[in-house]
Design a protein around this ligand. Structure first.
Ligand code: DOR
Ligand code: ZN
Length: 453
């Protein structure tokens, strides 16, 4: 196009998911941003061109629930391997959980974590923090760039007493003053502790004992408690990995009464059941655990009908030795998911279980809206050039031993998939091409809250 400023790169011969539909054309990228989306003749000239061979360009997917570990737990995962896993799975941005060593819970620990991350990240990374002991520190954490807070009701992490409703309300309200949401792992600690102790007294140490100590009721109890606490506030709460219909209905009804509440589901809760856990063993142990047959279908329905807002991996890498103890009480719950999430969901789109626009809502648009990532989530001019390119027809098999993650195991190992991410662009740069990492460590950006503090 004459007179237009030269772009850095043109992605041509693409089907582009923009404004809710697929459009044939190309994307011009300049300074890491989308400069233009148009049919070929209307694009500016560029220094380089990349042919997408008719593949689909999606807004870069955002995984809002990831444990990147590193620092004191780098033996499980580090920022390089975790973000390599993300981009090879077609995910351009992740949000890192705070249950680290040290726990991310004050501006100093967050700053250190950000500095460590910046050296090696390949994807964009934003950070959750646990609540600090002193309320004033919440503002400092936000100033340092935390995107959200994370509250574990299963275990005491961070400085606010998880048994103190009033203290929790104050913490939620303080975060909300800055427009920052709080994500909640909703399972009631006292109920889990009592049921686990009872099972242990009976000498039970198999997966059935764990399931009895982590029932859907225990999840619902924690959700009800939080909904009650925030009843008269404007606090924005996001429930992580909900695993039952009862919880989903509680959340749905609370929204009708005006509460600012959203929720997420994981691919493993959508695709696996407690029977799979019993059959395949402890590597499927996760918290909350897998649920009986029937629940998966209810979660799918809720995800398709936008009652579940987000799908997130809850990528939780562990050493294989931590997953294979004899007693369930010694096994670390958690499943790595960054490299399986998208191929599994593309397969479900091919099977007619969900639509492409559901995927984009659940993994790009809603994550960007809920966590206030204003330059992400959409392929439109002016947005950051984070782009996931997928080939819907590519067939393959999930091979956990080839993961970039240090956690080379998966409940989905050996599953056949149709649909694969083939290229991932982060801030305009190609970082993954046909499964290979092709960018330098440090290419990713730290995502900071864009809230005025
Ligand atoms: O399964 C889980 N794994 N649930 C959690 O709450 C923590 C996570 C982890 O950090 O491994
Ligand atoms: Zn988690």
């Amino acid at each position: 196009m004459k007179g237009a400023v030269k772009a850095d790169t043109i992605l041509c011969n693409a089907k582009i998911y923009t404004k809710g539909r697929l459009m044939d054309g190309g994307i011009a990228i300049k300074n890491g941003k989308i400069a233009k989306i148009a049919k070929e003749p209307n694009l500016p000239s560029a220094f380089s061109r990349i042919d997408l061979n008719g593949c689909i360009a999606l807004p870069g997917l955002i995984d809002v629930h990831v444990h990147l570990r590193d620092q004191g737990r780098a033996y499980e995962e580090d920022f390089f391997t975790g973000t390599a896993a993300a981009v090879s799975g077609g995910i351009t941005s992740v949000m890192d959980m705070p249950n680290n060593t040290p726990v991310t819970m004050d501006s100093a620990s967050l700053k250190e974590r950000m500095q460590t991350a910046q050296q090696t990240i390949l994807a964009n990374v934003g950070f959750y923090a646990a609540f600090p002991e002193r309320l004033e520190e919440i503002g400092r954490l936000i100033e340092q760039g935390t995107l959200a807070f994370k509250l574990y009701l299963t275990t005491q992490i961070g400085g606010v007493d998880i048994n103190d409703d009033e203290a929790l309300l104050q913490a939620f309200a303080e975060a909300e003053k800055f427009g920052i949401p709080t994500a909640v792992h909703a399972e009631d600690k006292a109920a889990i502790d009592a049921a686990s102790a009872a099972e242990q007294r009976r000498g039970h140490s198999d997966v059935n004992a764990y399931l009895k100590a982590h029932t859907p009721d225990i999840e619902a109890k924690a959700v009800k408690r939080i909904l009650k606490i925030i009843r008269k506030s404007k606090a924005q709460i996001h429930f992580c990995h909900i695993s039952s219909r009862e919880t989903e209905v509680l959340i749905r009804e609370s929204r009708r009464t005006g509460l600012r509440v959203t929720c997420e589901a994981t691919p493993h809760h959508l695709l696996l059941t407690s029977s799979d856990l019993r059959r395949q063993g402890m590597i499927l142990l996760t918290d909350p655990p897998l649920r009986p047959e029937g629940t998966t279908e209810e979660l799918w329905k809720a995800a398709r009908s936008a009652q579940i807002d987000i799908i997130a991996s809850d990528h939780a890498p562990h050493l294989i030795t931590q997953k294979t103890a004899d007693s369930v009480w010694d096994v670390k719950p958690g499943i790595p998911g960054l490299e399986t999430l998208l191929p599994l969901l593309l397969t479900k789109i091919n099977e007619g279980k969900m639509e492409l626009h559901d995927l984009i809502r659940l993994l790009a648009e809603n994550p960007a809206k809920i966590f206030h990532l204003r330059s992400e989530g959409f392929l439109e001019e002016g947005y950051n050039a984070n782009i996931t390119v997928v080939d819907m027809h590519r067939r393959g098999r999930i091979e956990a031993d080839k993961f970039h993650s240090k956690a080379k195991f998966s409940p989905f190992d050996g599953w056949h998939v149709t649909g694969k991410p083939v290229k991932t662009f982060v801030e305009g740069r190609l970082v993954m091409d046909e499964g290979k990492i092709v960018a330098k460590a440090g290419t990713g950006r730290i995502l900071r809250s864009q809230i005025n503090v």
